[in-house]
Design a protein around this ligand. Structure first.
Ligand code: ADP
Ligand code: MG
Length: 210
């Protein structure tokens, strides 16, 4: 499977399906340490992006699709996650500009750029119990897999797997950024909703390639 514009569209479709399917779980996670709207925010944003896919022309590159996703998330997702995911996907799209198909190192560059864009925007560090704790290990794993000579889909799979582990690893952490940080020590013992949605989104990217 080549990671081209059709793959990127399929990713948005499967991500939208995943956000709808996991809406309730993400709401529950955000209810534990936030205000309970993360599932609703993500579902709304991805449904809007899904609706806009038809505005793309047939030659749309992965960068075109991801830029549309980014701008749609920024304008439709209320809450912190909209601008944060928007910045991540926008920086990721810029890094892929003009490429009709992604080589293994392009996948790594995309995840690294997205992770860096997110950190630049939200100023969270790894360990602060945010979506950075899924994106940063995903970027590291993708870089390592590309360097090891894995193919593009395997690089993507390595990123998604690291995001799943990263999301689980947020459970014992004390939040230092976002709404959950208001709880201080009481935020420990719960998984970060944004890290979990990141794991689902990267999982959908892999699914779109299979
Ligand atoms: P809100 O917090 O405004 O209700 P959401 O519930 O949609 O927005 O998103 C919450 C998620 O956003 C958190 O679980 C966390 O992963 C992420 N988040 C919040 N602040 C930051 C930040 N400064 N940097 C990175 N991620 C953040
Ligand atoms: Mg919330």
């Amino acid at each position: 499977m080549v990671l081209d514009g059709n793959w990127a569209r399929r990713w948005v479709e499967l991500a939208a399906a995943s956000m709808a399917e996991n809406r309730t779980e993400l709401i529950h996670l955000d209810r534990n340490i936030g205000d309970g709207d993360h599932g609703e925010n993500m579902d709304r944003g991805f449904q809007a992006a899904l609706g806009k896919l038809t505005t793309l022309d047939a030659e749309a590159t992965p960068a075109d699709v991801l830029k549309l996703l980014a701008t749609t998330l920024i304008s439709t997702v209320g809450g912190a996650a909209g601008p944060l995911y928007g910045s991540a996907f926008l920086k990721g799209a810029v890094a892929l500009k003009g490429k009709p198909e992604l080589a293994p190192e392009d996948v790594a560059t995309f995840v690294e750029a997205a992770s860096a864009g997110l950190q630049q925007r939200g100023k969270a560090q790894p360990g602060d119990k945010t979506m950075v704790d899924a994106w940063a290990p995903a970027a590291a794993a993708a870089g390592k897999a590309a360097e090891a000579g894995e193919d593009a889909v395997a690089v993507l799979r390595a990123a998604a797997f690291a995001a799943v582990e990263g999301a689980a690893a947020t459970e014992p952490l004390v939040a230092r950024k976002g709404r959950a940080s208001y709880l201080g020590e009481r935020s420990a013992g719960h998984r970060d909703p944004g890290a979990q949605s990141t794991a689902y989104l990267l999982g959908a990217a892999v699914e779109a390639a299979s």
